[in-house]
Design a protein around this ligand. Structure first.
Ligand SMILES: [Zn+2]
Length: 293
């Protein structure tokens, strides 16, 4: 089933139709700025980041979910976005050079964007379509699961972030994680989330900070792209949840029409931090998520 809609088509569609897309950003004109400022990432970095994720997730998607992960490497394309789509058993991700060349994006920040797109496939509840985790959940998956998978075997690189992490995210990590290697991984994940959120805030014209959480409380779960601060809050929550996600299970997907109900929330509670299990730290922020339980 093809559910991705190109940004060009989107312009002519109603809001109801946009719920099916699984992009990283809303449609934008930033491709016009491509090449005007110096980038952090080279084409080699771009390919290495994709190689790393492909090596971890292709076997999981093949062996457990009977799908084929296809990450399309669109380096020469100026689009400032990324997207996910499923066409039958082909689970695809489109990664564009236009986003990789943005000056705000670090190598790890680019990994977070790729993790977000993989999150659409594997994150589960809450869903925005029959297969896709919604935007907030894809961000949560990026840090609670994907960042750990990518970087858990790189303790020396992770330890470098102990030298540079700001005091506030460091204290938040230290309050949850006691093991030094876990703390280092948390610092790295926080820094990556900030890099990505900096791009989002630059695009949205909003300010973000470690200690200025979005105070919005939604009345029902919002499937659309949250504002930059809300997305940073989500990346932080994932890094600060000390539960272990299981990539072999897509929580709630097997529940069909009940995939966004209480049973799905109970399914995800095994692998994520929820108020249902009395967690205060590491839970999905209420700026996009309305608990079912
Ligand atoms: Zn998305």
């Amino acid at each position: 089933m093809l559910t991705r809609i190109s940004p060009f088509v989107l312009l002519g569609l109603s809001l109801a139709a946009t719920a099916a897309r699984a992009d990283f950003l809303p449609p934008n004109n930033l491709h016009l700025e491509d090449g005007l400022r110096s980038a952090n990432l080279t084409e080699k970095d771009f390919n290495e980041v994709i190689d790393e994720a492909q090596a971890i997730y292709a076997p999981i998607i093949k062996n457990t979910h009977k799908g084929t992960l296809k990450i399309n490497r669109l380096w020469t394309n100026t689009t400032v976005n990324a997207s996910a789509t499923q066409i039958g058993s082909s689970w695809e991700v489109n990664m564009y050079g236009g986003l990789a060349r943005r000056p705000e994006i670090t190598r790890d920040g680019f990994s977070m964007v790729l993790c977000h797109e993989i999150g659409h496939h594997l994150g589960g509840y809450p869903f925005s379509s029959s297969w896709a985790a919604n935007e907030g959940e894809s961000d949560y998956f990026a840090t609670i699961s994907c960042a750990r998978q990518l970087w858990k075997d790189s303790p020396e690189a992770n330890a470098e972030f102990r030298k540079t992490i700001a005091a506030s995210p460091k204290a938040k990590c230290d309050a949850v994680w006691t093991d030094e290697t876990d703390q280092d991984l948390c610092y790295r994940t926080m820094a990556a989330g900030k890099s990505t959120a900096d791009l989002l805030s630059a695009l949205g014209g909003t300010k973000i900070g470690w200690d200025t959480p979005d105070k919005k409380v939604v009345k029902s779960t919002d499937n659309a792209h949250p504002q930059g601060q809300c997305r940073l809050d989500t990346y932080m929550a994932g890094a600060l949840c000390n539960k272990e996600f299981d990539e072999k299970i897509i929580p709630g997907k097997d529940l069909g029409s009940r995939r966004n109900g209480k049973d799905a929330e109970m399914a995800t509670a095994k692998f994520t931090c929820t108020k249902y299990e009395d967690y205060d730290v590491g839970v999905r922020p209420l700026c996009w998520f309305k608990p079912a339980l």
